[in-house]
Design a protein around this ligand. Structure first.
Ligand SMILES: Nc1ncnc2c1ncn2[C@@H]1O[C@H](COP(=O)(O)OP(=O)(O)OP(=O)(O)O)[C@@H](O)[C@H]1O
Ligand SMILES: [Mg+2]
Ligand SMILES: [Mg+2]
Length: 769
């Protein structure tokens, strides 16, 4: 290859590391590219990456046709090994002979190397770069030049590093460095890189999901690699990860025709096609990509399809990483001169702008192109709140009693509203009259409520062109004209409901107006928003109501209103500021909304929403299912799950069966790095964090073993729940929306007993909660 400016992602040293790994798993000569080419040219010439013009699709197709004729000789011995040889009747397939320790996917280069190299790589773009002297290496498949489409392998190697890294800061740094490389060399690939890193194809509310069944993928792996189904199944059972098995299977097989390297944009587009394709039409595009996968590409491609990337990059980390990428790409060669502190403070600033923007417009399709075109300073203004794009809702803080509420709001004008126990609904109407209904979680619930859509015209008065209403949808008893319990609402179908088949009627209780006729209202005080809502919308009995409210701060009146709410089948009250400190705080659990539930009056206060991370097999009557579970809260700062209690109460025999069935598909072989848990609690099975349970308890206490809120209420000990009881599954919450460590600490500190023991300074500052 001629000398020219090369953008290379990994140092030669890294490459050596790679080669060494390869040596371990393959008998392939380690030294040179020429050798590799020569070996192949002896049979069929393999085109070099640089002169290969054919598209992935074509190359893939060519191979696919050949692969179809492959047969596995499948001696019993071979079948047992993941490296069983694959033969082809039509094309010679080079097969790697590997050692028995076969589940050892390609090791990524050393972390620090990658980071240094990222900086260097950035230099390499600005200076006239000589590949002979610096970090270019012919064996580096993940390298790319400025302006070129970025190889998918560069991204999956980054994922590999993240997967093997402990600590969120480091993970963010690795991903941020990668994003900075993308921004500098080919910003067009940034959006796809971002989506692939969080395993999404579009904003969550568009509901475009991959989620291909594991068995379908297993079959594809068998078809394309010649492995036997039993073998793939058993290896998946051992490793607990079809991604790793796919990677091993793919690596064990060498083909004469090297398909064109996959690119980030190419894979992203194909994944979208796969998501949009009906069931059986997904198979061909999956095969096309899978047979073109190199190294860790296979692992992450398969994991993307399953719907679990397992690198633990959640929303907050992603935004931090994008901010890191933006700032680093801006300073490139000046980074060292800038000093760490200045760099960090600028990254923090950009993170905040991005977060605010994402809260009002959670849509990377809009944010990223705007960012690249207009820069970070204009982003907030250019990506405003818009009907049709769900915003993250404002949430409330729990309180323990009427007097606490009034103390907190001393001197402020407030209102008390009934707290309805149903499903949060953001109702959007855009300028064209298109209606969408979004859940608390920004999921699109429009097809769940066709009855609401049918009669929406009665709701708004004339002159209303566009709006966003915040509301609670509750189940409604038409005959008795009363609200029905939350459990009734859960029996309603979740999607594509037919008006004719509706058994559970619903009523909407509107409590806020966030947008009206082209104007966001979130910065106006609640009193003004509420006035506008009442002026522009109608009430119709059993269909549309404004939340029942009373503007008072009289203790007795609040107490009486609370009791009235409970009689009316509500959970309690929401107490809200009206004038001062009364803006709508997007995505915040704000102190300007306090919730006062009947349950708070006894016990520990609010219930907790906890993530199930493990199961203990049952004995006696519970043999065959789990007898208990390990629960965790979510530490949103470090993005880890912290164990909080074991739970074995509140379950019916039937619900235990249901849980066992459900978690059977989410067992992982070992504890994941993002789980903080003492070894003495080791469950029989670890689960992926996928489900949230609402739990009540007698109280919270300091625990020497549990890790919840460690370092907050106590410098070294965590907090655990006493006498926890299962209440219900919270399908409307993702694991990242579970009760946080800080919230746990807050609840612990709010317990009267503790409150009395502590001096005021020790009590957690509400601002952090
Ligand atoms: N009048 C109201 N104003 C605001 N929210 C209300 C009102 N009535 C019912 N709600 C519901 O109460 C929720 C606020 O409570 P919180 O912040 O604790 O969230 P949550 O944990 O999902 O709620 P919970 O566990 O209490 O059901 C809102 O998300 C909304 O669904
Ligand atoms: Mg609720
Ligand atoms: Mg709750």
């Amino acid at each position: 290859m001629s000398q020219r400016n090369i953008t290379s992602f990994f140092k030669p040293k890294d490459q050596t590391a790679n080669t060494e790994t390869k040596k371990k798993v393959a008998t392939k000569p380690e030294n040179a590219n020429e050798k590799e080419s020569k070996d192949k040219t002896s049979n069929t010439p393999v085109k070099r990456k640089s002169d290969q013009e054919s598209s992935t699709g074509n190359a893939a197709k060519a191979i696919k046709t050949e692969i179809k004729t492959e047969t596995s000789p499948g001696s019993k011995e071979n079948e047992k090994s993941i490296n069983n040889n694959v033969k082809s009747e039509t094309i010679p397939v080079e097969v790697k002979k590997e050692e028995k320790t076969d589940i050892s996917p390609e090791k990524p280069p050393q972390k620090t190397m990658c980071l240094q190299l990222n900086d260097k790589k950035v230099d390499s773009i600005t200076t006239d770069y000589n590949p002979d002297k610096s970090n270019y290496h012919p064996l580096n498949d993940a390298a790319w030049r400025k302006g070129e489409k970025i190889p998918y392998l560069a991204l999956t190697r980054t994922f590999q590093l993240i997967e093997e890294t402990r600590g969120r800061l480091k993970m963010v740094e690795i991903l941020g460095n990668f994003f900075s490389s993308v921004i500098v060399t080919n910003p067009d690939d940034l959006l796809a890189s971002i989506y692939l890193s969080i395993n999404q194809l579009a904003p969550a509310y568009e509901g475009l999901e991959l989620g291909v069944a594991e068995t379908t993928l297993m079959k594809i792996i068998c078809d394309t690699t010649g492995r036997k189904m039993d073998f793939i199944k058993s290896q998946t059972h051992i490793t607990g990860d079809l991604g790793i098995v796919a990677e091993q299977s793919r690596m064990a097989q060498r083909m004469m025709f090297k398909p064109a390297p996959l690119t980030i944009s190419g894979v992203f587009k194909k994944l979208k096609d796969i998501a949009n394709a009906p069931g059986k039409n997904k198979v061909t595009p999956i095969k096309d990509i899978f047979i073109a996968c190199r190294g860790s590409e296979a692992r992450f491609f398969i994991r993307s399809l399953i719907g679990k990337l397992r690198i633990g990059i959640a929303e907050q980390s992603l935004i931090n990483a994008v901010a890191t990428g933006i700032v680093k790409s801006k300073y490139m060669d000046k980074m060292k001169k800038m000093g760490e502190e200045k760099l960090k403070s600028e990254i923090d600033e950009v993170t905040l702008i991005l977060k605010t923007t994402y809260c009002q417009c959670p849509n990377y399709d809009k944010i990223i192109p705007t960012l690249l075109e207009h820069g970070i300073n204009e982003i907030e203004e250019r990506c405003p709140m818009l009907p049709g794009v769900p915003i993250k809702p404002m949430l409330a803080q729990p309180t323990k009693g009427v007097s606490e509420v009034l103390e907190r709001f001393d001197g402020l004008t407030i209102t008390c509203e009934f707290k309805y126990d149903g499903e949060r609904a953001q109702i959007h109407c855009d300028e064209n009259g298109v209606i969408s209904i979004f859940s608390r979680n920004q999921e699109n619930n429009t097809t769940k409520y066709p009855d609401i859509i049918c009669r929406i015209g009665e709701f708004s008065k004339s002159g209303v062109k566009s709006y966003i209403i915040d509301s609670e949808i509750v189940a409604w008893d038409v005959e008795q004209k009363m609200i029905l319990p939350f459990q009734v609402l859960t029996t309603r179908k979740r999607k594509n409901v037919d008006v004719g088949e509706i058994k559970v009627q619903v009523c909407v209780y509107a409590f806020d107006l966030l947008y009206l006729n082209g104007e966001p209202l979130v910065t106006k005080p609640f009193a003004d928003r509420r006035k506008l809502m009442k002026e522009n919308f109608n009430e119709t009995e059993g269909m549309w109501h404004f939340a029942h409210a009373m503007d008072t701060s009289d203790v007795d009146e609040v107490q009486a209103f609370l009791e009235e709410s409970i009689k009316g089948n509500c959970e309690g009250l929401m107490v809200k500021t009206l004038q001062k400190d009364a803006t709508y705080e997007i995505a915040r659990r704000s102190r300007n909304w306090l919730k006062l539930k009947k349950d708070y009056l006894a016990g520990c206060g609010d219930s907790l929403d906890l993530v199930v991370i493990g199961g203990y097999r049952g004995k006696g009557k519970r043999t065959g299912s789990y007898g208990g579970f390990l629960l965790a809260c979510y530490d949103d700062e470090n993005e880890e799950y912290q164990s909080i209690c074991k739970i074995g109460t509140g379950f019916s025999d039937e619900s235990l069966q249901t849980h066992a069935e459900f978690f059977k598909n989410h067992v992982v072989p070992t504890k994941k790095s993002y789980i903080a848990c003492d070894s003495s609690l080791e469950p029989d099975d670890w689960f992926e964090p996928v489900q949230v349970w609402e739990v009540k308890c007698a109280d919270l206490s300091i625990s020497p073993i549990h890790k919840a809120a460690i370092g907050i209420a106590d410098p070294e000990k965590g907090i655990s729940l006493r006498f926890p009881r299962f209440i219900r599954i919270r399908d409307d919450k993702t694991p990242e929306m579970a009760t946080t460590g800080r919230e746990v600490a807050y609840m612990y500190n709010s317990q009267d007993q503790i409150k009395n023991q502590q001096s005021r300074q020790n009590v957690i500052d509400d601002d952090f909660y």
